[in-house]
Design a protein around this ligand. Structure first.
Ligand code: CAA
Length: 298
């Protein structure tokens, strides 16, 4: 039975995952290499819990108890030694993840399940560097984690069905709706989402419409909470590009080739919300000031 959970990484996804587990009664070790990152993550979790308190879905007492269940640490070995489940949400870089999983395989108890929150790196590849391929699984949360209902659960080539079942059950226990996918490039979520975002960028690049028009059409016409260009800024344009490259390479199909405008924007450092500028400008403190229509071709 999964009781003790360790989350590796305290960035947006890591702190959101720790938040949700702690709020649902689990003790969570949150591991990061930097103490200042852990301090920021704890402040973010407290702030996000305050939103829930303000709307009455969490009491002050439950907030305090949930925060007390999160144990931040910079020492990986301390963080994982009593874990039943590790959820890795470190930087989306294949070499970093492979090295981390080698270490986790060495440090975590034998029975411990090792999950990755990767958005597109092969679970089978990650599992291949461990001696417990049957216990390595994808547990892909969506941003913002406390709000989004989905957990995409990914079965690697050798993941046992007992392990996928336990992750499906755990996801339901924390109030999420899990859906199971097999391990192919982009799994399901990003295999479908990223070509849509890429096509929105192609439409902009070809001058079919401007940023606001494309987002308005998709937001109001398809009842999406955000248009595809705003969503790309929210996810991070660098992340979108990296996922498209995984799809392009993994399938060898030109339909997944990232648009040249996306490549240029990432190269220039316009990564979306986190860098202050993407398809919109976030640098004036305000929200979504549209960058002048310099994306239009004509
Ligand atoms: N923690 C807790 N609560 C939060 C929160 C957080 N981090 N962020 C937002 N909320 C809550 C707010 O308190 C608010 O609650 P109520 O409606 O109950 O009052 C609610 O969420 C909506 O928030 P806001 O009013 O601030 O803003 P909004 O209505 O514009 O919604 C949004 C914001 C939830 C992000 C919405 O725009 C949305 O759903 N966008 C799409 C998100 C999406 O598609 N995510 C998936 C990205 S893909 C991914 O993550 C995976 C990948 O691999 C790339």
């Amino acid at each position: 039975m999964i009781q003790h959970i360790t989350v590796i990484g305290s960035g947006t996804m890591g702190n959101g995952i720790a938040h949700v587990f702690a709020q649902n009664g689990f003790t969570v070790h949150m591991v990061d290499i930097r103490q200042d990152a852990l301090d920021r993550a704890m402040a973010t979790i407290a702030k996000n819990m305050d939103r829930q308190v303000a709307k009455g879905s969490l009491s002050e007492a439950d907030k305090a108890a949930s925060l007390a269940r999160i144990i931040p640490t910079t020492r990986l070995e301390d963080g994982v030694k009593g874990a039943d489940l590790v959820v890795e949400a470190a930087t989306e870089n294949v070499d970093i993840k492979l090295q981390l999983f080698r270490e986790l395989d060495h440090l975590a108890p034998e029975h411990c399940v090792l999950a990755s929150n990767t958005s597109s790196i092969s679970i089978t590849r990650i599992a291949s560097v461990t001696k417990r391929q049957d216990k390595v699984v994808g547990m892909h949360f969506m941003n913002p984690v406390p709000v989004m209902k989905l957990v995409e659960v990914i079965a690697g080539f050798n993941t046992s069905s007992a392990v996928t079942d336990s992750i499906l059950e755990l996801s339901r226990k924390i109030g999420k709706v899990p859906a199971l996918a097999n391990d192919y490039p982009g799994f399901v979520a990003n295999r479908i989402l990223m070509p849509m975002i890429n096509e929105a960028i192609c439409s902009l690049h070809e001058g079919v419409a401007g940023v606001e028009e494309i987002d308005t059409i998709m937001k109001l016409g398809m009842a999406h909470p955000m248009g595809p260009l705003q969503l790309a800024d929210f996810i991070g344009l660098d992340v979108c590009l990296a996922i498209l490259e995984v799809l392009h390479k993994g399938f060898g199909n030109p339909k997944y080739a990232p648009n040249a405008l996306l490549v240029n924007m990432v190269t220039a450092g316009n990564h979306g919300v986190k860098s202050g500028k993407g398809f919109y400008d976030y640098s004036h403190g305000g929200k979504e000031l549209v960058v002048a229509d310099n994306f239009r071709k004509s």
